[in-house]
Design a protein around this ligand. Structure first.
Ligand code: FE
Length: 159
């Protein structure tokens, strides 16, 4: 009986530690392009800084790419990492560039966001931590997702 209890405690502790580790991993794992806020301020325009670093949102139908459908890739405006491609872009009618999928899940951080009294999933560039937008469950097939991204946070490169 005692042995069972000890085993149970050890088992629970290891589960707890593992989940904690996973949580940390999910929260943040940036790397190559880490910069201080002072450095970002020098590199980014005021609008880019507001969206990418302060998690702001550009006004709908005002950005460069909400109505842009050329063939090519979209890079992080802060660090240059390729994040989305035109093949997965669609017209969501929401005024922001929308994609049903990122180019690689490992290049994106998805994190709970409880700001403004609602629950959304924030999307960030995994390489530099720059805020890109949010992902919603009302996208088209095949994923059913809608990555709603600020034009300010991305840079198009023609194929
Ligand atoms: Fe980036």
């Amino acid at each position: 009986m005692k042995l069972k209890t000890v085993a149970l405690i050890i088992f629970s502790l290891s589960i707890l530690l593992l989940s904690q580790e996973n949580k940390n991993r999910k929260d943040f794992k940036l790397n190559k392009s880490y910069k201080t806020e002072e450095e970002w301020k020098k590199i980014l325009t005021e609008e880019q800084y507001y969206v990418l670093r302060e998690k702001g949102t550009e006004r709908p139908f005002t950005g460069k790419y909400w109505n842009h459908f050329e063939k090519g890739v979209y890079k992080c405006a802060a660090c240059g990492e390729v994040l989305f491609e035109s093949e997965t872009k669609f017209d969501a009618g929401c005024g922001w560039p929308s994609f049903y999928e990122s180019i690689d899940k490992n290049k994106i951080i998805e994190k709970d966001d409880f700001s403004f009294g609602m629950h959304r999933i924030e999307v960030m560039c995994k390489n530099c931590g720059g805020h890109l937008g949010h992902v919603f469950n009302d996208g088209p097939k095949p994923t059913g997702l809608r990555y709603c991204i600020n034009s300010v946070s991305i840079k198009f490169e023609k194929k």
